[in-house]
Design a binder for this molecule. Structure first.
Ligand SMILES: Cc1ncc(COP(=O)(O)O)c(C=O)c1O
Length: 408
């Protein structure tokens, strides 16, 4: 039996879902790319621009104070959402990608020495590969990669073997965007810490689905994007342990991040402002709070239960299609079903499904090394959110039979 989410009511909160695409009711199954936004988020954004748009922190007039309070209220909500110890540990960024680049350039670049090692896994998004490659090139450090099994898990023994006194950073995805694998991050972090290495968790896919407790995980850094948790684009979060953030130099220079400036010497602002140079994305950050409140009000465990039932139903339904193979069969998975169909290019699958009003993602999902490991060019990926239904999965299955008929 499905858990206690009232999906009919929830869907009313997402105006975009109530439309036809190519003459068919929209079936939106591209949630790993970005989620749709509830009207609570859209209204918070509109309200900001209609009622109290002003630049923050420096103004003493009423609108500036109201905007500052709303912006900082989001920081408090994020702190509670990921159970951080202090609000100063929450840095607003443009998204997951910027958070990883910030840590690579501000933390890693200043401490890595030639011969040091950075470990990533074979299932990383390009955002958690390229910034580390860049910093390795800059410092003479070496990038090491944890291999992946056929089912889409990391090879644990290989990870243990890669770890050494040379390991300085382990950067790993919590939930794979291409396969849905939930990595054993608690154990990964514990092992890394035993060698004195710091850990960055890419929480881009995990944050909408799993309860995140950065203190319990004991992760050193955690990054995620607002737009994947029902919030606006252009905002993200970097969490870092306070002592690490304190010791890191600023990532960018400019207004907001300073204490005092003279041509002889500049001193920097306290955390978290040291890392927030320039006018930030105020409106979207304000509306981001409404997204987190929306999730918290429904309750993460209830959402997770419901999405798990969707995943199980989708997996069983798709497995029954002759010639379809699911890529990523890890035991611990969430919200993503990636698949290939014998003799049919993923792009054709995407185009034909679109004629049925069904939105899935096709291609390499910014994980080209993983695609190479699996011996494929890409997949079709259906990814689920709290507003999806079994009926939509049935439509996906019908759509795939149509694909087979047309292309088979
Ligand atoms: C696992 C993972 N990491 C990083 C990113 C990058 O996120 P953003 O583009 O919001 O910076 C994504 C986005 O697809 C992702 O799925």
């Amino acid at each position: 039996m499905f858990a206690t989410l009232d999906i009919v009511d929830i869907r009313k909160d997402f105006p975009i879902l109530n439309q036809t695409v190519q003459g068919k009711p929209l079936v939106y199954l591209d949630n790993a790319a970005t989620t749709q936004k509830p009207r609570q988020v859209i209204e918070a954004l509109t309200q900001y621009y209609e009622q109290y748009n002003a630049n923050i922190h420096r103004g003493i007039h009423s609108l500036a104070e109201q905007a500052t309070a709303a912006y900082e209220a989001t920081r408090d909500t994020v702190q509670a959402f990921i159970h951080a110890a202090n609000r100063e540990e929450i840095v607003f960024t443009r998204g997951t990608t910027e958070g990883i680049n910030l840590v690579a350039q501000s933390y890693a670049r200043t401490m890595l020495k030639p011969g040091d090692e950075v470990i990533v896994s074979g299932m990383e998004h390009h955002s958690n590969i390229v910034p580390w490659q860049m910093v390795c090139e800059q410092t003479g450090a070496v990038l090491r990669v944890i291999p992946i099994t056929d089912s889409g898990d990391i090879v644990w023994e290989a990870y243990e073997k890669l770890l050494s006194e040379k390991t300085k950073i382990v950067a790993i995805v919590y939930v794979s965007n291409s396969m849905g694998t939930i990595n054993p991050v608690r154990d990964i972090i514990q092992k890394a810490h035993a060698y004195g290495a710091k850990v960055l968790l890419d929480g881009a896919q995990a944050s909408a689905h799993l309860d995140i407790d950065v203190q319990e995980l004991d992760t050193d850094f955690y990054v995620f994007s607002s737009h994947k948790v029902y919030g606006p684009t252009g905002v993200g979060v970097l969490y870092g342990k306070q002592e690490l953030l304190e010791a890191m130099p600023p990532y960018q220079g400019g207004g907001e991040m300073i204490k005092e400036v003279s041509f002889e010497q500049t001193t920097y602002a306290a955390l978290p402002y040291k890392f927030e140079a320039g006018t930030p994305n105020i409106g979207d950050t304000v509306a981001f709070k409404a997204a987190l409140d929306y999730i918290t009000t429904l309750g993460k465990p209830v959402i997770a239960d419901y999405e798990h039932e969707l995943l199980t139903y989708a997996t069983q339904s798709l497995e029954a299609i002759d010639g379809l193979r699911i890529i990523g069969q890890a035991k611990e998975k969430i919200s993503v079903v990636s698949f290939v169909m014998e003799g049919i290019h993923h792009q054709d699958i995407g185009i034909i499904l679109d004629t049925q009003g069904i939105a899935v993602r096709t291609g390499h999902h910014c994980t080209q090394p993983l695609m190479s490991r699996m011996g494929i060019l890409g997949t079709s990926r259906a990814s689920f959110a709290l507003y999806n239904t079994k009926e939509e999965i049935d439509k996906l299955v019908q759509g795939l039979y149509k694909v087979k008929k047309m292309m088979g």
